[in-house]
Design a protein around this ligand. Structure first.
Ligand code: ADP
Ligand code: 5GP
Length: 201
């Protein structure tokens, strides 16, 4: 398959849901809930150039690759979108991943940062549902990142600084889900995605 030729997602009935949020807002947690309840969805495994965290598995959590390998693939046009989310840490979606999921007859489910989410929505304006997960406050976000305990303090602060700019982008998404009480946010996300899958949104 030639990965440089984007396939027409409407011709294949290819559809996508995009969950974006500042790091720590809860998009991964909410996405996991949707994947458990909606068998039509299949998670798009991104490529990234940061090292795996303990417990992360190559091919399941990310396609881990070196920065030179990532940049060479970008040169060859293998990515639908990619960006340097944090200095030296590149993240992106491979065309091969979309082809694989659509060939399975599934809807692609994305968990990407805010800029990536908006880029994807621009690429697939009528076949994608773009959802912004909003934290109750910047301070709550900081506390969640500290409690998750996956980043150094310095990296937590870098993510928090970036979050303020990202939250200003929320109105550009199709819809916003406030993640204050997790169970409520999960329920709201599940009902709006279910409705969209049925063609009601
Ligand atoms: P993201 O994928 O947006 O970076 P995660 O889903 O990893 O965020 O969530 C960040 C942390 O916050 C995790 O430890 C998660 O368990 C926790 N979390 C998610 N939603 C809530 C919530 N509503 N209230 C409190 N903690 C939450
Ligand atoms: P983490 O290092 O915490 O796994 O992810 C850092 C950020 O990169 C998160 O905001 C995550 O959503 C984002 N990200 C993950 N995959 C992609 C992708 O394919 N494209 C873009 N643009 N961002 C991504």
């Amino acid at each position: 398959m030639n990965q440089n030729i984007p396939i027409d997602s409407t011709a294949t009935n290819g559809r996508l849901i995009i969950f974006s949020a500042p790091s720590g807002a809860g998009k991964t947690t909410i996405m996991r809930h949707l994947l458990q309840h909606l068998p039509q969805l299949e998670f798009s495994v991104s490529a990234c150039s940061r090292p795996p965290r303990p417990g992360e598995v190559d091919g399941r959590d990310y396609h881990f690759m070196s920065e030179p390998d990532f940049r060479a693939r970008a040169e060859r046009g293998e990515f639908v979108e990619w960006e340097e989310v944090y200095p030296g840490h590149l993240y992106g979606t491979l065309w091969s991943e979309l082809h694989r999921i659509w060939a399975n007859g599934h809807v692609v489910a994305f968990d990407v940062d805010v800029k990536g989410g908006l880029n994807l929505k621009r690429k697939f304006p009528s076949s994608a549902l773009a959802v912004f997960i909003m934290p109750p406050s910047v301070e709550a976000l900081r506390q969640r990142l500290l409690a998750r305990n996956t980043e150094t303090l310095e990296k937590v602060e870098m993510r928090v600084r970036r979050a303020e700019l990202e939250m200003a982008q929320a109105p550009s998404f199709d819809t916003i889900v406030l993640n204050d009480v997790l169970e409520e946010a999960q329920g709201q996300a599940l009902s709006l995605v279910s409705e969209w899958l049925l063609g009601g949104l």
